[in-house]
Design a protein around this ligand. Structure first.
Ligand SMILES: [Zn+2]
Ligand SMILES: [Zn+2]
Length: 238
């Protein structure tokens, strides 16, 4: 923890007014320049399940991924594609302890929710994909929870931890979609009363959708009604 604090302090010393990513000069008090905040948008029309941008003429309004998969959440919405420079920023956020990025990310999500008039007020509570307690110790904070709590404050929807992870899973980054799905199966259980509730589930990245789907499955099995997942970025199909 001390090392991370020190690194952050050093960055502040060495680059007092420079963008965290491209090192371009910026006004003091800012951390990322405007250009590096210009994330690539995931534009409508969206797949009605995973929310990835699809071609207008798609009759089913489902992408190829969702035509062959049954996700347990009602639908997912993501404002950005998982590409640079956002991918690097998310990495700093998750693995380098740069928790202050939650401000930028939640602000972007708020703008997206308002732009699309997503009826978030119809939901009873916000929750986030949990980290296993060992992972939480390693990373110091749950990045998805930080974002969800900021949305909760802004939209005045209560935030609750509703899920817990059973197993400690090594990094999923280099695993195949199939292995990820197997790893994560039945990995979550419910720690909060959520019967009859409409829930917004927050995560940073929609990769294969397996984690979100497993969380939604656990919530649904305990009686939750609708599960809307909102993720900052979504990965395009290969
Ligand atoms: Zn920059
Ligand atoms: Zn889809």
């Amino acid at each position: 923890m001390i090392l991370k604090e020190l690194t952050k302090g050093l960055i502040g010393l060495v680059l007092p007014n420079n963008c965290l990513l491209c090192e371009k000069k910026i006004n003091s008090g800012e951390v990322i320049c405007e250009q590096c905040q210009n994330f690539e948008r995931n534009l409508p029309p969206f797949c009605r399940k995973c929310g990835i941008s699809i071609s207008v003429d798609s009759k089913t309004r489902l992408c190829s991924r969702c035509r062959s998969k049954n996700f347990y959440f009602t639908r997912n919405l993501s404002p950005f594609l998982y590409k640079e420079p956002l991918a690097s920023l998310i990495h700093l956020f998750k693995y380098q302890g740069f928790d202050f990025l939650a401000d930028i990310f939640s602000q972007k999500l708020i703008e997206f929710i308002e732009e699309l008039s997503i009826p978030v007020k119809n939901y009873d509570l916000l929750t986030s994909v949990p980290l296993h307690r060992r992972k939480l110790r390693e990373r110091e904070f749950n990045q998805s929870r930080l974002i969800a709590e900021k949305l909760s404050k802004y939209f005045l929807i209560p935030y609750k931890d509703t899920l817990k992870a059973k197993r400690y899973l090594k990094s999923q980054v280099n695993k195949s979609a199939k292995d990820r799905t197997l790893d994560i199966r039945d990995n979550f259980y419910i720690i909060e009363e959520i019967k009859e509730k409409n829930i917004i589930l927050i995560d940073d990245v929609f990769t294969t959708g397996s984690t979100l789907s497993e969380c939604a499955k656990a919530l649904k099995n305990k009686g939750a009604k609708e599960i809307l997942t909102i993720t900052l970025a979504i990965r395009k199909l290969n």
